[in-house]
Design a protein around this ligand. Structure first.
Ligand SMILES: Cc1ncc(COP(=O)(O)O)c(C=O)c1O
Length: 331
């Protein structure tokens, strides 16, 4: 299948096509034999009895790789392993072993270790099942671990033009339904929100909580800048984004006034700046919400400054050697 067959993406996940992705090598650690193998894209397959296919049961992380090193790997693995624990998923390996499999996958792909623009989708399903059913009792073996690396450069227009959001009718669930802080494979809520945005001609959806406060976007976290202060919706009912946390950390470390608070759509419409965050595109400006322009619709000075601080922090994080990174991972 040619990569050209999909429609052009807009917004915070728009990327430049790269033909090398057609033959990229994908790593799979089988949950039954526990063997790890590399497969060409066209040959990388899972059984139809895998929990991810049968009941959308599994977890994932989106990782950025810079010169062969995984950015903020400690934080991503903490979220992944905590999620696995909370959901009774047996990953069947340690953090160090998992990172080594990721390194092996990167190194097997020519030129990938030298690239600044590699994105990995790491998927850990609950595992193979003997029959289509939800219970862990019909599970065979451990998690099936899939490492999909791609050469994926962010489309520069995303930063220049910003994105257009609409408020979706789909709300973020409370933690007593599906806890939204984790990266579950089941993205039905976010996908419905994304579809509602697409139907309205927008690039993404702004989602509210059950009290009607602004919470997050369907695939990224959301921030506004108001009178020089950085405002983030409170952390519940949304993904505990690594980028969101790093933005809060660098902004606080540089003395910006940072508030995690409830705020409304009308406060967002009148923000001086608004932006989304995620591992793939870091910080992307929002130019419009519900048909209302956010100031001049360009990336504002505080977003630019935060972006710069974030970049510096990423560089610091990925300039550790692989040996040091492995050593610093707790097991
Ligand atoms: C719903 C949602 N929000 C936010 C994010 C951004 O999280 P991170 O900054 O860890 O990439 C993601 C990405 O996984 C997501 O799926």
């Amino acid at each position: 299948m040619s990569l050209k067959q999909h429609e052009q993406l807009n917004g915070d996940h728009a990327f430049i096509e790269d033909q090398r992705n057609e033959t990229v090598l994908i790593g799979i650690r089988d949950g039954v034999s526990l063997e790890f193998k590399l497969f060409e894209r066209k040959d990388a397959k899972l059984s139809v009895f895998d929990s991810s296919i049968l009941v959308g049961d599994g977890i994932w992380e989106g990782l950025r790789v810079i010169n062969g090193n995984v950015q903020y790997v400690n934080e991503h693995f903490e979220r992944l392993f905590d999620t696995a624990y909370a959901l009774w998923i047996d990953l069947g390996l340690t953090k160090r072993e998992l990172l080594q499999l990721i390194y092996d996958t990167i190194d097997a792909n020519p030129g990938m270790k030298e690239s600044n623009d590699v994105h990995i989708r790491l998927i850990c399903t609950r595992g193979l099942k003997s029959t289509p059913y939800q219970s862990r009792k019909v599970q065979i073996g451990k998690s099936q671990i899939i490492i999909i690396p791609e050469y994926k450069k962010v489309m520069p227009e995303s930063y220049e033009n910003g994105i257009k959001l609409i408020t979706s009718w789909v709300r973020r669930g409370n933690p007593d339904t599906k806890d939204e802080m984790w990266n579950h494979l089941s993205k039905a809520t976010d996908i419905m929100a994304s579809m509602s945005a697409e139907a309205a001609g927008a690039d993404g959806a702004l989602m509210l909580d059950h009290n009607g406060f602004v919470k997050t976007c369907n695939a990224t976290n959301f921030f506004i800048v108001k009178k020089g202060e950085l405002w983030a919706p409170t952390s519940e009912n949304q993904m505990h984004g690594i980028t969101r946390q790093k933005v809060l950390d660098v902004a606080r470390a540089h003395g910006l006034v940072v508030k995690e608070k409830n705020f409304t759509n009308t406060e967002a419409y009148t923000a001086n700046e608004a932006f989304c965050t995620g591992t793939f595109a870091s910080q992307v400006p929002v130019r419009e919400i519900d048909g209302l322009k956010i100031k001049d619709g360009k990336m504002g000075p505080i977003t630019k400054q935060i972006s710069q601080w974030y970049k510096e922090d990423v560089i610091k994080n990925v300039t550790r050697s692989r040996e040091q990174t492995l050593l610093e991972l707790e097991d």
